[in-house]
Design a protein around this ligand. Structure first.
Ligand SMILES: CC1=C(CCC(=O)O)c2cc3nc(cc4[nH]c(cc5[nH]c(cc1n2)c(C)c5CCC(=O)O)c(CCC(=O)O)c4C)C(CCC(=O)O)=C3C
Ligand SMILES: [Fe+2]
Length: 347
């Protein structure tokens, strides 16, 4: 049951795996993006705090292992590959290996759930660029569709919020604080046919998770890990500022749920487990951070289902989604190339 696809590619962000990797990795991330050197030096320190090792690559190795078992147990007879945007294994190297193995047409699962330039089109651009770098015979790669509202992504977040709440025990008023990576407000405004699709999708998921985990509690959606030059507006409030506002309002305990992410990578274990936790403790707020899906079996099954729906579409010749015409992975207007404030037109 493979239709016309002959491989599945895990496409991710990548992260350093030792102190010497940190600066070259960060330079790959911010190339052409106008991120100030001072911000980069500060972020390098976050990585050095963990010996220069981001957990994201190990998390992707674990996801690959789980997917291999899931495919084998369900008759999906496709080899798995893994390539990153910013660090080894680099996507172009993976595509070269795939070509050497005779792969011609692959489906890609990107570890990014939502619409926007950074969380969607940039991965598509990565594919275009890497294929050009590899040249003749580079396999075709088609990104799977968005999964932000898929139960395989939402349900692990629900259970994680419920267990974080249970671990916290409330001393008064508890608030659920959902977080996602901030992006420039212009990037959010450009996503989707009517704009604001990135934040709208996040608000949808926050509402679903809160309603299932704790319908009696209030919740907020806020932002973390702001980058970029200070004069460029990004989505606000920042999670730390928001915790200060909540404490001032009389909230006593918070569960912080990073629904913007699929695994507990560095922006989770530093920006939340260190920075936001420290902010909370300084305010006397009880704090529990909810886990991300990682290798939750429901999440792993979701990836297999996203693959098999495409195998089915390909073998049946059916269009399964109204946005097939503009490239099967994107809703209309999902992730236009941004006009960057630095004036550099994105490709
Ligand atoms: C929307 C979004 C996601 C979620 C979707 C997805 O998962 O893809 C995400 C994920 C991640 N972001 C990550 C790390 C970084 N992001 C940076 C910078 C930026 N992120 C942006 C957006 C996003 N980022 C943007 C608009 C920038 C500014 C530069 C630019 O315009 O492109 C920087 C530069 C330094 C700084 O923070 O200033 C770093 C180091 C890691 C890896 C963590 C690890 O190593 O474990 C992950 C998974
Ligand atoms: Fe998109």
């Amino acid at each position: 049951m493979t239709g016309s696809y002959d491989a599945v590619l895990l496409l991710s962000f990548g992260g350093p795996e030792g102190p010497d990797d940190v600066m070259p990795f960060l330079e790959n991330v911010v190339r052409g993006r106008g991120v100030p050197a001072a911000r980069l030096a500060e972020v390098a320190e976050h990585y050095h705090h963990f010996g220069g090792v981001s957990p994201i690559n190990e998390q992707n190795r674990e996801l690959l292992a789980a997917l291999g078992k899931e495919f084998a147990a369900n008759g999906v007879d496709l080899p798995l590959y893994w390539g990153n945007r910013n660090w080894h294994p680099m996507l172009a190297d993976t595509l070269r290996q795939m070509r050497a193995d005779g792969v011609q047409r692959a489906l890609a699962f990107a570890t990014s759930a939502y619409s926007s330039y950074s969380s969607c089109r940039q991965y598509r651009d990565d594919i275009v660029r890497a294929r050009a770098e590899v040249g003749d015979g580079a396999p075709a790669v088609e990104k799977l569709r968005h999964f932000y509202d898929h139960p395989g992504f939402v349900e692990p977040h629900v259970d994680a919020v419920a267990s974080a709440l249970a671990s916290l025990g409330s001393r008064g008023t508890t608030r659920i604080v959902f977080t996602a990576h901030s992006v420039p407000t212009s990037m959010d405004a450009a996503s989707g046919p009517d704009g604001g699709l990135y934040s709208a999708q996040l608000r949808t998921v926050a509402g679903l998770v809160a309603a299932a985990a704790a319908p009696e509690l209030s919740w907020d959606l806020v932002w973390q890990s702001r980058s970029g030059p200070p004069q460029v507006p990004w989505l606000e409030p920042d999670v730390n500022d928001h915790l200060r506002a909540l404490a001032a309002e009389g909230v006593t305990d918070v569960v912080v749920s990073p629904i913007g992410f699929v695994s507990d990578h560095l922006e989770v274990i530093w920006d939340l487990d260190n920075e936001a936790a420290r902010t909370a403790s300084g305010l006397g707020l009880g704090f529990a951070r909810a886990a991300t899906p990682g290798t939750d079996p429901r999440f792993v099954t979701m990836v297999r289902e996203l693959v098999t729906e495409r195998l089915y579409a390909s073998s049946s010749g059916r269009r399964l989604a109204p946005w097939d015409a503009s490239g099967p992975s994107c809703v209309p207007g999902c992730c236009p190339a941004p006009v960057r404030p630095a004036g550099r037109p994105a490709s």
